[in-house]
Ligand binder design. Structure first.
Ligand code: IMP
Length: 433
């Protein structure tokens, strides 16, 4: 049985968690493969509204096994707090939640470093979530990071490893004239959570292969989105992990040919939180209307998201990189009430037209969108359960996106609740054999 992968098709916040939640009925295991506490995945279920950050959102289903994969960077204190909060709300995760011993640890030093670096970048700051993601991945790639397996060590060894790492980072802080942190206090704090963390830590690479061999149906839950990918995104205005499909392999240890189904999640418009170019960004009344109607405020930081019309150039780039089998289109309901809706089909730059997404971020910043304008629709659409129940203009809009992206749109979300969903293909809820 091959795995299903969920990938953010744009700059994150596409509504992946609703799709994951929807698909969990057909899966037994959910694995996060990159990122960390920078993610904010909101699910609305019969138990209420839940915001997941490091714990995979599919865990609302009681029989599902959840794994924080080796590609993640994990803040263990925030993890324990999230575990406690979810447990207090009735989500029992005992003996079904596991953390990779090879995932990297985010320490308070990484969060401080995130802020120090952002301040130092001045006008060119990335707009990081401040969760220490970049510095933790930097330590990993510099081969100076700490892996979650550290919680399996004896307490004195754990103390020493953390203390050494904090002291090393303190020397870098000193160079920035930034305040240093108490290595002893942080090391003691880590020792203080060893007993709570230890039961979660396992070799998840071995585990995912065993579960797969046992026929358990695995869903790989991406965080952020393709345009924030460290390799393929709008560098340097990206996150520090591989959010596109390659990350699902390196961040779990599964084989590329073990992936059978790749689903791209796209919002019916586009948003971005943080800095960096965004050709279709709109200000004024339309931008405000999208933000307010779509509730476009960060789940993790509360920041207002920048909003714009659907960018087909960026969308095609995302299709190219991920090879989606199908697309889930979210938040179509947010477009109700616009007299016309726009789709960016190309860019104008330097007096000419370009149809592909520029690699160079400065070049992207110079691009002006070329829009195709389509009739909008006034009606609310959250009640629609089939394409036929949608206003003709909404149907045409979905068909236009499908044609432009060249991938079947099999799932259309018209509201946050599970039932506010239109399935355009009966393959959607069935994992392909
Ligand atoms: P970092 O991942 O916190 O370093 O932030 C780097 C960039 O990615 C910033 O522009 C963030 O706003 C953005 N980012 C990080 N996580 C998310 C997410 O879950 N959704 C949308 N944007 C994100």
């Amino acid at each position: 049985m091959g795995a299903t992968v969920i990938i953010g098709g744009q700059w994150g916040d596409e509504g992946k968690a609703k799709v994951v939640d929807f698909l969990m009925g057909d899966h037994d295991v959910v694995v996060r493969f990159q990122g960390g506490a920078n993610a904010g995945h909101t699910v609305v279920s019969e138990l209420g509204k839940f915001a997941f950050h490091q714990i995979p959102s599919g865990l609302l289903y009681p029989r599902v096994t959840g794994i924080l994969g080796n590609g993640m960077v994990i803040d263990p204190f925030a993890f324990l707090q999230e575990f406690k909060d979810l447990s207090a709300r009735g989500v029992d995760m005992a003996e079904r939640l596991f953390v990779s011993s090879a995932a990297h640890v985010v320490t308070p030093v990484h969060k401080l470093m995130d802020n120090v670096l952002e301040t130092d970048r001045k006008g060119a700051s990335i707009g990081s979530t401040g969760k220490g993601i970049g510095p933790a991945y930097a330590d990993k790639h510099m081969r100076g990071g700490i892996r979650m397996g550290v919680f399996l060590r004896e307490k004195d060894e754990l103390f020493e490893i953390i203390e050494r790492s904090i002291e090393w980072n303190n020397r870098i802080f000193a160079a920035y004239n930034a305040p240093t942190l108490s290595a002893e206090t942080i090391a003691s704090d880590f020792v203080g959570i060893k007993d709570a963390m230890e039961p979660f830590i396992v070799d998840t690479q071995e585990m995912v292969h065993r579960l797969s061999a046992d026929g358990r149906r695995i869903l790989l839950e991406g965080a952020q989105g393709t345009l924030l990918d460290i390799d393929h995104g709008t560098y340097p205005f990206v996150t520090s992990s591989s959010c596109s499909v390659g990350g699902a392999v390196s961040g779990t240890g599964l084989w590329p040919r073990g992936i059978r189904r790749i689903i791209g999640i796209f919002k019916s418009y586009i948003t971005r939180v943080g800095n960096g170019p965004m050709p279709t960004e709109i200000g004024g009344r339309d931008g405000d209307a999208l933000r307010e109607r779509g509730g476009e405020y960060g789940t993790t930081t509360g920041r207002p998201r920048r909003c714009g019309w659907f960018d087909m150039v960026a969308g095609r780039y995302s299709v190219l990189l991920n090879g989606y089998d199908e697309i889930a289109l979210t938040k179509l309901d947010v477009l109700s009430g616009f007299s016309t809706v726009k789709i960016c089909t190309g860019y104008r730059s330097g007096g000419g037209e370009i149809a592909s997404f520029p690699q160079n971020t400065d070049a992207l910043a110079r691009c002006e969108p070329i829009y195709e304008e389509m009739p909008g629709w006034e009606e609310r659409i959250s009640h629609a359960r089939s394409v036929e129940e949608l206003p003709v203009a909404a149907r045409r809009f979905v068909e236009r996106l499908e044609k432009g992206l060249g991938v079947p749109i099999t799932f259309v979300s018209t509201g946050p609740a599970r039932e506010e969903t239109i399935l355009r293909s009966d393959t959607f809820s069935t994992v392909r054999k």
